[in-house]
Design a protein around this ligand. Structure first.
Ligand code: S3P
Length: 435
């Protein structure tokens, strides 16, 4: 939430968790479905669109750029695409809210337009590094002015872009996607090579919209000068939102939860593997495909967890799930060591610092390292923690409160609405005691 409203939660110990939990649509897929539908030719129908503040901000930006978008029901959007060159200038800044994905992908998309744009964001987004997109986009011929690498971004229009080959210094699906979106408007070939494969939604969705794109894990390549044709998109449930319930049911004795039709793209499910290494009991049932993405029901039961040395190769596949993992580690038997996760310092908050401070306030032994943490599992005490306006931290501490030895008060939780509207109701529906 980019306003001034503050919201605190209190999470209390639960007896056990039971039932079906239907989590909302995937944030990454929702952003991309809106952007590609907007610049496609024809009308696209999106189902399962995440009604979160982040993805609604992206839809509002595209509406400001002249795209007509209908919302016949919750989670449904009908987008009347304007074609690759049909967006129109906005005289006002384009507010991306809290969304790094929104701002970075839009920077790539807007770099190829004939008009100037200004991208702004809330207090948290205004502190997030943008050179990772503006530098390679400049190599393609774009001109984007920032405030010493921070938003707002002033994107100059009327530049002629050319494709580049770019090796990403850090694994980032946002940077890859920004370059691919700029590449739609560029002369020649845009090719991106990643140090570790990241989520490939942009590549898959471009192909679904009819743009020829070559991709394999860690590599993506396309050429400018084609067209996007409207298509229908079904957004799967967000694995990152399911993650809180996977940890919650694992740590609360006597629990069993079913999470239906969750997106299981392998570039997203690192936490599943990490929790299984820790001893978790998670099954996948009804595995299938929806809208070109792997989906399945996740069935999780309580199991005693033990600490692990997290394999570094899993880090990019669970980049948004560390706050939840840290809570699991705090309850596990023995030590958990995380390395190679310095990217966590530039998320919606510095997640290593915020989680370390919060867990320490709850009596957990945690040592923060430059690129990770060492957590000695044991008991969690009651206390007060500050989420620093970070949605995933707030929800992770709500999970910690389920097994704490007293109430856990969590400060500054309003931003949960950016990715998980209705979290409190859904959580209380399966046994959380959260208000
Ligand atoms: C995202 C990519 C990841 C992730 C973010 C969503 C995306 O960011 O943390 O929540 O939709 O492309 P990075 O690209 O910075 O790793």
């Amino acid at each position: 939430m980019s306003g001034t409203q503050r919201l605190d939660w209190v999470s209390r110990p639960a007896v056990n968790l039971h039932g079906d939990v239907v989590v909302p649509g995937d944030k990454s897929v929702s952003h991309r479905s809106m952007m590609l539908s907007a610049i496609a030719e024809g009308t696209s129908h999106i189902q399962g669109f995440l009604e979160g503040e982040d993805t609604r901000a992206t839809a509002a930006v595209l509406a400001q750029l002249g795209v007509s978008i209908e919302a016949p029901s919750a989670g449904e959007r009908i987008v009347h695409g304007v074609g690759l060159h049909g967006l129109r200038a906005s005289s006002k800044p384009l507010d991306c809210g809290n969304a790094g994905t929104g701002m970075r992908l839009l920077a790539g998309l807007l770099a190829g337009q004939s008009f100037d744009s200004t991208l702004t964001g809330d207090e948290s987004l205004s502190k997030r590094p943008m050179r990772r997109v503006t530098d390679p986009l400049a190599k393609m011929g774009a001109q984007i002015d920032s405030q010493d690498g921070l938003p707002p971004l002033h994107v100059r229009g009327g530049r002629s872009l050319h494709g580049i080959g770019y090796e990403l210094p850090v694994a980032s699906a946002q940077v890859k996607s920004a370059l691919l979106l700029a590449g739609l408007y560029a002369k020649g070939i845009t090719e991106v090579i990643e140090p570790h494969p990241t989520r490939d939604y942009t590549e898959r969705m471009l192909a679904a919209f009819g743009w020829p794109v070559e991709f394999s894990p860690g590599h993506a390549k396309l050429e400018g000068g084609h067209r996007l044709r409207a298509t229908d998109v079904v957004v799967p449930a967000d694995f990152s939102s399911a993650a809180f319930f996977l940890v919650a049911a694992s740590i609360v004795p006597g629990s069993c939860l079913r999470l239906p039709s969750v997106g299981l793209n392998p570039r997203r499910t690192g936490l599943l593997e990490a929790l299984r290494l820790m001893g978790a009991d998670i099954r996948i049932e009804n595995q299938g495909e929806s809208g070109g993405e792997a989906v399945g029901d996740l069935v999780v039961q309580h199991a005693p967890l033990h600490g692990i040395e997290l394999p570094e190769a899993l880090v990019p596949d669970m980049i948004d799930e560390f706050p939840a993992l840290f809570v699991a580690a705090a309850l596990a038997n023995g030590r958990t060591v995380v390395r190679g996760a310095a990217e966590l310092r530039v998320k919606e908050s510095d997640r290593l610092a915020t989680m370390a401070a919060g867990l320490r306030a709850l009596g957990v032994r945690i040592e923060e390292t430059p690129d990770g943490a060492i957590i000695d599992g044991g008991a969690i005490q009651g206390g007060t923690v500050d989420s620093h306006g970070d949605h995933r931290i707030a929800m992770s501490f709500a999970v910690a409160g389920l097994v704490a030895r007293g109430a856990v008060t969590i400060r500054d939780c309003a931003n949960v609405a950016t990715s998980f509207p209705g979290f409190v109701e859904l959580a209380n529906g399966c046994g959380f005691v959260l208000n």
